[in-house]
Design a protein around this ligand. Structure first.
Ligand code: HEC
Length: 184
C-alpha cells in the first residue's frame, strides 16, 4: 500500500512549494512534520532484528561514513558540510529530537526509501537490510558533534581554495609544470 503514501508526499510537496516566497509558517511546518511522522513514513511497527552492540553501531557507522557523510557529515550532525543548511529542506541533524523520535523501523524505512521530494535519497538495492539496521544503531549512538572532524572531500576543497588565493607564486609555477594528480 505505497500508493496513498506517495500521493500524500506529493500533496505536501505541492503545498510547500506554494509558499516558497515567504517560507512555510511554523504551524505549517508542524503539520508537515506530523504528517511525515504519522502518514508518509512506513515501518513504524517493524523492530530492529539486530540487537544493539557497540560493534553493530560501529559497523553501521562505517557504512554511514561511506555513503552518508557527503550530506550528513561523519558525525551525522552536518559537521563540515558546506551546503547542509542551504538545501531545501535542509539536511536533517540526525541527533535532533525530530529524528530521534522516529522508531527504529521508520528510520530504516527512511534509509531504504528516502524522502521525496527532498534531497534525501533512498538506498534500496545499494545497502542490504543488515547494513541499514546497523546504521540505525549508529544513528542512535552518534558521536559528539564535531568529534570526527570534517569529511575529507570538503577539507581538500577548502585547502585548494586557499592555495589558489594564497600569495604562493612559486606554487603557481610549480602547478603549471607539474599538474598534480589527485586521487579520490
Ligand atoms: C544528497 C544528500 C544526502 C545523502 C547522501 C543522505 N541524506 Fe539523509 N537527508 C538529506 C536531507 C536533505 C534530509 C532532510 C529531509 C527532510 O527533512 O525531508 C535528510 C534526512 C535524513 C533523515 C531524517 C529524516 C527526517 O524525516 O527527518 C535520516 C534518518 C537520514 N537522512 C539518514 C541518512 C542516511 C543513513 C544516509 C546514508 C545511507 C543519508 N541520510 C544520506 C540528505 C542526504
Amino acid at each position: 500500500m505505497r500508493f496513498p503514501h506517495a500521493l500524500a508526499v506529493l500533496a505536501i510537496g505541492a503545498a510547500m512549494s506554494g509558499c516558497k516566497a515567504t517560507g512555510p509558517s511554523k504551524a505549517e511546518n508542524t503539520v508537515v512534520t506530523e504528517a511525515k511522522h504519522e502518514v508518509t513514513i512506513g515501518g513504524k511497527d517493524v523492530k530492529n532484528p539486530i540487537a544493539y552492540t557497540p560493534a553493530a553501531a560501529k559497523e553501521g557507522g562505517e557504512h554511514f561514513q561511506h555513503h552518508c557523510q557527503i550530506c550528513h557529515g561523519l558525525d551525522g550532525q552536518n559537521t563540515g558540510v558546506p551546503f547542509a543548511a542551504k538545501m531545501d529542506p535542509p539536511v536533517a541533524d540526525l541527533s535532533s529530537k525530530d529524528v530521534q523520535d522516529y522508531p527504529d523501523g521508520q528510520l530504516k524505512w527512511i534509509i531504504e526509501n528516502g524522502i521525496k521530494p527532498s534531497g534525501m535519497p533512498g538506498w534500496k538495492g545499494i545497502l542490504d537490510d543488515e547494513e541499514m539496521w546497523n546504521m540505525v544503531h549508529y544513528i542512535r549512538h552518534l558521536p559528539a558533534k564535531g568529534s570526527l572532524g570534517e569529511p575529507a572531500i570538503y577539507k581538500e576543497e577548502a585547502e585548494e581554495h586557499e592555495h589558489m588565493h594564497g600569495a604562493a607564486h612559486e606554487h603557481h609555477e610549480h602547478k603549471e609544470t607539474k599538474p598534480h594528480t589527485h586521487k579520490h
